[in-house]
Ligand binder design. Structure first.
Ligand code: NDP
Length: 472
């Protein structure tokens, strides 16, 4: 599609600069090449089996991911016998999962946020999202922290007083639950796909590439909703997957206690570091409305299935591994992991906070005790409107263009290092996060470059590195 272009006046730190061309068309790709298409079809068909492979490796091979391959290669087992040994779909798992998802829908839709009324500094209740490519600004009910608190309060109340179910319930139904999450993940993606054709929420923000598989995977609608408030992205990104993350870890901890009679320091570290990350997510849910998932990605299988299946199963591999291998770390090792995790978290949070503060105050703030420096730019939305924006070049944003990802990667490395170095499986997360975030850098920069045109080039000249200064 031909991008509409206009010449516009730009400014750098308030000073007028050369006029530049700004692309009007931004957002994800409109045309799909053969290479991407093969990748898309491959992922749609095989991604569930990648997840299955990891959990099966723990269930049948004590978390060795090479042993199943060696056994298959050596003729000691067959795909059929691996499949036959794996627990299958069960109605009891389906019931547990239905209650779980139903409860999260209830909390999301029916319990308006009250936490922001008494927690100083927390932003909850009705908040504005970012401007969409069509120029719309959606409203969101932010109540994720409240849902997380209620859910976890009930979990602890059950574990200590009510005893309705065992705290190991998640671990005990892990593979049957995986089939249930797959059913929901594909159902949601398929529903969103059909809805985009038949009754889209905002037709101006739909994107059709002409390729059915790509549309299914990357989504057509930008912000699909049912009614005024049930926003698919906000619900599926945060709950049921991220609320579940800490409960899954607690279930692993309970299982380790049940099987081995004690909880190891590595299990505590993984639980604590990942709980900080999850709580941070909900504490900053309003900020999250301004991140790529909500601002730029369309809702399809990538987000729908990814949030239902990939996240709860693969982001929690460290805890799962520690159930089978109760690693007790030396004090030095444990302290190193803790420091790495906390420093990573500090960088991740401070970098995100700096951008948020800068954008919220339109640059009228202090970053590292100084007035921020920035590149002023403009862009055009699909409705033809011209808007101004600023790209921060000081604080962590002057160190590298995605230093928040660098902090995130340090935290991810800490979770993996907490499991020791006996097996590859718990280290999958850092490999995956590196691929995800490097790919995200490239994707985001491609989008920003088409959005801001020459202004983006001025920004990359001012801050030349992406993740690690001097290296990448
Ligand atoms: P960012 O929060 O970095 O947002 C990128 C956007 O910020 C750009 O598209 C651009 O948007 C704007 N921007 C870029 N540079 C600047 C600048 N210098 N000054 C001001 N604005 C700028 O990225 P994400 O949304 O990907 O990530 C948010 C956080 O979530 C990160 O910390 C990341 O590590 C984490 N994350 C975690 C994942 C996980 O699975 N654990 C997955 C993905 C992300 P605009 O169009 O507004 O200019």
């Amino acid at each position: 599609m031909e991008a509409a272009r206009r010449r516009t006046q730009n400014r750098t730190n308030g000073k007028a600069s050369d006029s530049t061309e700004t692309s009007a068309q931004w957002g994800r790709a409109w045309e799909v090449d053969w290479f991407s298409l093969i990748g898309v079809v491959g992922l749609l068909c095989f991604a569930p089996f990648i997840v299955f492979y990891f959990v099966m490796a723990c269930d049948q091979y004590q978390c060795s991911i090479t042993q199943p391959l060696l056994d298959l290669y050596g003729g000691k087992t067959t795909l059929f016998s691996i499949w036959a040994r794996a627990p299958s779909f069960s109605w009891s798992a389906a019931k547990i999962y239905s209650v779980w998802v139903g409860f999260q829908v209830f909390l999301y839709m029916c319990v308006p946020d009250v936490v922001h009324k008494f927690l100083p500094g927390y932003v909850g209740g009705v908040q504005d999202g970012a401007r969409t490519p069509a120029g719309l600004i959606n409203k969101y009910e932010i109540n994720g922290l409240q849902c997380w608190l209620i859910t976890h309060a009930l979990w602890f109340a059950n574990a200590h007083y009510f005893h309705w179910f065992s705290p190991t319930i998640i671990f005990d139904n892990w593979i049957p639950l995986m089939w249930c999450t797959n059913i929901l993940g594909y159902a949601v993606a398929t529903f969103a796909f059909i809805k985009a054709y038949l009754f889209p929420t905002n037709p101006e923000d739909c994107k059709f590439t002409g390729n059915i598989f790509y549309n299914y995977m990357m989504g057509i609608e930008f912000n699909p909703r049912i009614g005024k408030w049930f926003d698919f992205k906000l619900f599926f990104n945060g709950r049921p997957g991220i609320v579940a993350w800490t409960l899954i870890n607690l279930s692993y901890m309970a299982k380790q206690q049940e099987l081995h009679g004690h909880v190891t320091n590595s299990m505590i570290l993984v639980n604590v570091l990942q709980a900080i990350y999850v709580l941070d997510f909900f504490w900053n849910e309003a900020w999250y409305l301004k991140t790529i998932d909500i601002c730029h990605d369309h809702f399809g299988w990538y987000l729908g299935w990814g949030d239902c299946v990939w996240l709860p199963f693969l982001y929690t591999l460290q805890g799962l591994y520690l159930v089978y291998h109760p690693v007790q770390l030396s004090d030095t090792h444990a302290l190193t992991v803790l420091v790495l995790g906390l420093v990573g978290y500090y960088i991740f949070r401070s970098t995100n906070h700096q951008k948020d503060l800068f954008r919220r105050t339109d640059g009228s703030c202090s970053i590292w005790g100084r007035k921020p420096t920035y590149i002023e730019c403009s862009y055009r939305s699909a409705d033809g409107g011209v808007h101004r924006s600023k790209l921060l070049t000081s604080g962590f944003w002057g160190v590298a263009r995605h230093f928040n990802y660098t902090g995130d990667l340090m935290g991810s490395l800490a979770y993996c290092a907490a499991c020791g170095f006996g097996h590859i499986l718990p280290h999958f997360y850092i490999v995956y996060m590196t691929i995800l975030l490097v790919h995200r850098c490239v994707r985001d920069e491609h989008r920003c470059s088409s959005k801001y045109g020459k202004d983006w080039k001025r920004y990359t000249d001012a801050v030349p590195y992406r993740l690690i200064p001097g290296l990448f």
